[in-house]
Design a protein around this ligand. Structure first.
Ligand SMILES: Cc1cc2nc3c(=O)[nH]c(=O)nc-3n(C[C@H](O)[C@H](O)[C@H](O)COP(=O)(O)OP(=O)(O)OC[C@H]3O[C@@H](n4cnc5c(N)ncnc54)[C@H](O)[C@@H]3O)c2cc1C
Length: 368
């Protein structure tokens, strides 16, 4: 019998497992993937996400890899450049998920959580009162496994099995806005900034300097373009890059070093993140279009908030339900403004976005 079974071992699941294990709880973290492995996600973050990694003793491990410390964020909108330095002591970085997620999984193990890779959860167990009390699943060998816990946490991402099995309602939903394809490329010149390039009526391109001298480079289009773009994703990405003068020349000698990764867009949502015997964390509980790159930061923050709530409930400092309701409230309150801004950004260069960026640029100039 575990205190918690955490389904999913990436940005939300492994930090949650680590934080609970560090508090002395008995935790099982499972993932159907094995590590190191990639996943559909670019991976830029700064500020709070770095601060949490630092507090958890993991930032040095990420920075010890061959990684570019970006000078800041550049937004090119219809040829106008808006440059934003990242405030605070932490760098803006984009570690590959193969590297970042492995560091997180190892940290959960080192903290004392039991981590089982290649374990696919297929069913939630219920007690006589209907509360979730465990999982049934399968190992990569096909062997069935049953495990019990007083709390099952879905950290299983945007297609969360746990949330679907519990038919958890969504709220504040927003429609899918855009699609993208990206890959990893060598040979990109002067890769110092996280760069976004937007052109009205055309779409977007982005460049993230990452590990080992590579850039993560790709194109974005309105969601209505998916069928057209998927017919020739690489051709579309290269044409997209070539259409932006600020990057076309620097990308001229690029060589693709990985497969193309693509997504067809998805609805953004919040979900109530707890109920009898269960909780949700990371994308399973709160999903937004990836334009602003907030998902990793959100997963780290919510892992920390959920660990605090579970500890408050289990230690008897607060009724568990109240602690979990406070977890939901903190998450929703802190993410509200950026959820709206992210939706604005994901619609490309609208007049509202230009106005926002002009205001932000003026405020930064005044602050200097
Ligand atoms: C295209 C794209 C670009 C993005 N770019 C950025 C960015 O630049 N910056 C940023 O901060 N965020 C970005 N994000 C968002 C970020 O990827 C997510 O917010 C983050 O990965 C959420 O972490 P998670 O742990 O909740 O879920 P995930 O990382 O999706 O992990 C879920 C895990 O659960 C496992 N799992 C699922 N179901 C089961 C099951 N039944 N049994 C066992 N295991 C299971 C999966 O194998 C997976 O390993 C991007 C997302 C996308 C799609």
């Amino acid at each position: 019998m575990y205190d918690a079974i955490v389904v999913g071992a990436r940005c939300a699941g492994s930090p949650l497992g680590m934080l609970l294990a560090r508090r002395g709880y008995r935790v099982l973290v499972v993932d159907r993937a094995t590590f190191p492995s990639g996943t559909l996600s670019t991976h830029a973050f700064a500020g709070d996400a770095c601060e949490r990694l630092d507090r958890w003793g993991l930032l040095d491990k990420v920075l010890a890899t061959e990684i570019t410390h970006c000078k800041g964020l550049q937004m090119h909108v219809d040829g106008r450049l808006f440059e934003m330095a990242i405030p605070g002591p932490y760098p803006l970085i984009a570690p590959m998920r193969t590297i970042l997620d492995k560091i997180l999984v190892d940290a959960a193990r080192e903290a004392g959580a039991e981590v089982r890779e290649g374990f696919s959860v297929q069913e939630l167990l219920r007690d006589s009162e209907g509360a979730v009390c465990g999982v049934r699943g399968q190992l990569a060998t096909g062997a069935p496994v049953t495990e019990e816990a007083r709390m099952v946490v879905g950290a299983d991402g945007r297609n969360s099995f746990v949330a679907k099995a519990l038919a958890v309602d969504e709220y504040n939903t927003l429609p899918a806005r855009q699609i993208a394809y990206y890959s990893y490329w060598s040979g990109f010149k002067e890769a110092d900034y996280i760069e976004f390039h937007f052109k009205t009526g055309f779409g977007a391109a982005m460049v993230f300097p990452t590990n080992d001298g590579l850039v993560c480079m790709g194109g974005g289009w309105p969601v209505s373009e998916f069928e057209r773009v998927r017919e020739d994703p690489e051709g579309h990405v290269l044409r997209q890059i070539a259409a932006f003068p600020a990057i076309a020349e620097r990308a001229k000698d690029c060589k693709r070093e990985d497969r193309l990764w693509g997504w067809s867009g998805y609805t953004s949502y919040y979900r109530k993140p707890f109920g009898p015997g269960w909780a949700l964390v990371g994308d399973a509980g709160y999903l937004k279009d990836p334009t602003l790159g907030q998902g990793i930061n959100d997963a780290f923050r919510d892992a920390e908030y959920l660990a605090e709530a579970l500890d408050a409930g289990w230690s008897g400092r607060e009724p568990l339900d109240e602690a979990l309701a406070a977890y939901q409230k903190r998450r929703d309150t802190e993410t509200g403004p950026i959820y709206a801004l992210n939706d604005l950004m994901s619609q490309g260069p609208t007049p509202e976005l230009l106005e926002f960026l002009l205001n932000a640029a003026q405020q930064m100039a005044q602050a200097k």
